[in-house]
Design a protein. Structure first.
Lengths: 475, 50
C-alpha cells in the first residue's frame, strides 16, 4: 500500500481555516473564542510586554494567556501531524520547545531598545533605539534558531522534526488574506483622491517596480528565478509577507525568501530614518506627496506607518495641519499595496506552472495544474473574499470583524516567527549573511535608491501635488 | 539541523549564480507588466487632471 505523505500545503489551509472559523464566532455572536491569545507590545519593562490581545480578557494575567496560546497552537499542530509523527511524545516535546523558543525571540524582538521607532521613544522613556519595529521579533527568532543550529547540533536535530518552515509559512499566508480583506474594505470609503492614489500605488508596486526589480536581478546581477522573484516582491511590494508568499508560490526553497525578508526588515530601518527627513527637506510645501511617498517607498507595514507618523510630526510642526490626514494617506497607500499580494502570487504561480516549470513540448493537464498549484494561494483568496463579503453584507458587524482579524493577525505573526526560527535551525545563516549577502544588498540598494523611491516620489507628486490636509485643530 | 553541504551550495549560488537565460514566459510577464502599468498610470493621471 502506498504510504500517504504529509501534505503541508493542504494542512496549512485547514489549520488557517480552523483559526478563521474560531475567530468568526465573534461576529456571529457565539463569543470571542480567540480573544485570550497573547499580544506582545513594545516594552521597556518585560513585565509589561505580555497581555491578552482583547480588552475583554484584560483580567487574565499575561503569563496565563502566553501558556494558553502556546498550548493551543501545540495541540492543533500535533493534531494535524498525528498520523505522520513516528514518535508523538518526542514530536510534542520538540514542538513545545520550538514554540517556546520562538516566543522568547518574538518577545525579545519587541524590546524597546530594539523595536521602538523614533516617534515611540518619548512615550517609552527612551533616548535611543534601533527602530526595527516589532518585526525585529522575526530576526530574534532567526538568531535563536541560528545559535541552536550552529552550536547545539544534536539538539537541533531533535527539534527539526517540529520545525517545519513551509507548513508555518503557508498557514500564515492564508491568515494574511483575512486581515488584508478587512483592511481593504475599511479603506474603500475614503475620499476619492486618496482612493485614486491607492489604485495608482498598486499599479506602481506590482506592474512597474516588480517588473523592473525582477529584470535588474535577472539581467544585470544574474540571479536565478528562484532568487529574483522573492527579491523583486520584497523590494517592490511589502517586505516580509510578499517575499515569503512569492517564494512559496514559485516553490523556492524556504531559505531564499527568509533571507530576502531579513534583509528587508534591516533595510526598512534605513528608509524609516532617512526618508521622512529627506521628504521634509526636498518638498517642504507638499505634505500629502510626502505621506504618499512613505507608503510607497518604505517596506514592511510597521516601518511604513511609523514613517508616516514621523512625516506627519515634521509637517505639522510647520503648517498647523489637522492630525491624522498624512498618516491616513501613508496607511492607505500601504494597505492598497498589501491587498494584491494574493492576486500577484496567483499570477506568478500560474506563470511558473504553465510557462516556466513545464518542459518544452510537455502538455500539462488541468489535474496536474491543480496538483502543482499551491493550495495556500487559494486559501488566501477564500479568506480574503470571506472577510470582504462579511464586511459588505454586515456593516454593523465591522467592529467585531476587525477584532477577529486582529486575533488572527497575532497568530499570523507568530507563524511567520516560527518560520524564521526553523530556517535559523536548518541553515548556517551566519555564513550566508557574511559571504552571500553582499550581492543581495547590492541589488536592494541599486533598485531602492536607483529608481524605486524616485519613481514613487514622481508619481506621488503627480497625484498629490497641491493637495493640502485641512488646517486647524483636529476635531 | 544545520546542513553544511546545503549551506555551501547556497553560498556558492549567491557568489556565482548558475546561468539561467530568461524564458519567454518571464519576458512576457515583465513586458506586459511594464506596458500595462505605464498605460494605467497615464490614464489615471489623465482622468485625475481632468
Amino acid at each position: 500500500m502506498q504510504k500517504i505523505s504529509f501534505n503541508e500545503d493542504r494542512s496549512a489551509v485547514w489549520l488557517a481555516f480552523l483559526f478563521i472559523a474560531l475567530a468568526l464566532c465573534l461576529p456571529l455572536g457565539v463569543g470571542n473564542l480567540l480573544g485570550w491569545v497573547i499580544g506582545v507590545k513594545v516594552w521597556t519593562d518585560p513585565l509589561n510586554a505580555l497581555a491578552p490581545l482583547s480588552k475583554s480578557f484584560s483580567h487574565i494575567p499575561g503569563w496565563i494567556s502566553l501558556i494558553a496560546t502556546l498550548a493551543f497552537i501545540a495541540l492543533l499542530l500535533l493534531w494535524e501531524r498525528r498520523r505522520f509523527a513516528e514518535n508523538k511524545k518526542a514530536f510534542l516535546s520538540a514542538l513545545l520547545i520550538v514554540l517556546t523558543l520562538t516566543m522568547i525571540g518574538w518577545v525579545l524582538g519587541h524590546a524597546g531598545i530594539v523595536a521602538a521607532v523614533p516617534n515611540e521613544r518619548e512615550k517609552l522613556g527612551l533616548k535611543w533605539s534601533m527602530g526595527l519595529t516589532g518585526e525585529a521579533g522575526y530576526l530574534a527568532a532567526l538568531f535563536i534558531g541560528l545559535i541552536i543550529g550552529n552550536f547545539f547540533t544534536s539538539f537541533a536535530k531533535f527539534l527539526s522534526q517540529a520545525a517545519r518552515t513551509e507548513w508555518f509559512i503557508k498557514t500564515a499566508i492564508v491568515l494574511v488574506g483575512a486581515g488584508v480583506g478587512l483592511k481593504g474594505l475599511e479603506q474603500a470609503n475614503l475620499a476619492g483622491t486618496v482612493f485614486f492614489r491607492g489604485l495608482a500605488a498598486i499599479v506602481e508596486a506590482y506592474l512597474i517596480y516588480w517588473a523592473l526589480v525582477y529584470l535588474m536581478a535577472r539581467k544585470v546581477f544574474g540571479f536565478s528565478r528562484e532568487w529574483a522573484a522573492p527579491l523583486a516582491s520584497g523590494i517592490s511590494i511589502c517586505g516580509v509577507s510578499a517575499a515569503i508568499a512569492t517564494g512559496a508560490a514559485i516553490r523556492a526553497r524556504p531559505v531564499v525568501p527568509i533571507m530576502v525578508s531579513s534583509l528587508v526588515v534591516v533595510f526598512s530601518v534605513v528608509e524609516l530614518l532617512v526618508l521622512p527627513f529627506l521628504a521634509h527637506a526636498i518638498i517642504p510645501e507638499e505634505p500629502m506627496v510626502a505621506a504618499a511617498w512613505m507608503g510607497l517607498a518604505v517596506k514592511t507595514d510597521g516601518a511604513a506607518i511609523a514613517s508616516g507618523a514621523i512625516t506627519e510630526a515634521l509637517y505639522m510642526a510647520q503648517g498647523g495641519f489637522q492630525k491624522g490626514w498624512m498618516l491616513m494617506t501613508t496607511t492607505t497607500v500601504k494597505i492598497f499595496i498589501d491587498l494584491f499580494i494574493g492576486v500577484w502570487c496567483f499570477i506568478l504561480a500560474c506563470v511558473w506552472v504553465y510557462g516556466i516549470d513545464r518542459k518544452p513540448g510537455e502538455k500539462v493537464s488541468l489535474k496536474e495544474v491543480w496538483d502543482r498549484f499551491p493550495k495556500f494561494v487559494i486559501g488566501y483568496f477564500i479568506a480574503f473574499a470571506l472577510f470582504i463579503t462579511l464586511g459588505l453584507c454586515f456593516p454593523d458587524k465591522i467592529k467585531e470583524l476587525k477584532e477577529s482579524s486582529t486575533n488572527l493577525d497575532a497568530f499570523r505573526k507568530f507563524f511567520f516567527a516560527l518560520a524564521f526560527f526553523s530556517i535559523g535551525l536548518s541553515a548556517d545563516f551566519k555564513r550566508l549573511w557574511q559571504e552571500g549577502l553582499g550581492k543581495l544588498i547590492l541589488v536592494y540598494v541599486v533598485c531602492l535608491f536607483g529608481f524605486v523611491i524616485w519613481i514613487g516620489l514622481g508619481i506621488s507628486w503627480l497625484f498629490f501635488h497641491g493637495i493640502m490636509p485641512p488646517t486647524g485643530v483636529t476635531p | 539541523m544545520n546542513n553544511p553541504q546545503e549551506t555551501e551550495k547556497l553560498v556558492d549560488e549567491l557568489h556565482n549564480q548558475p546561468y539561467e537565460p530568461m524564458v519567454a514566459a518571464e519576458i512576457w510577464l515583465v513586458s506586459i507588466s511594464l506596458f500595462t502599468g505605464i498605460s494605467i498610470l497615464i490614464i489615471l493621471a489623465f482622468v485625475l487632471k481632468n
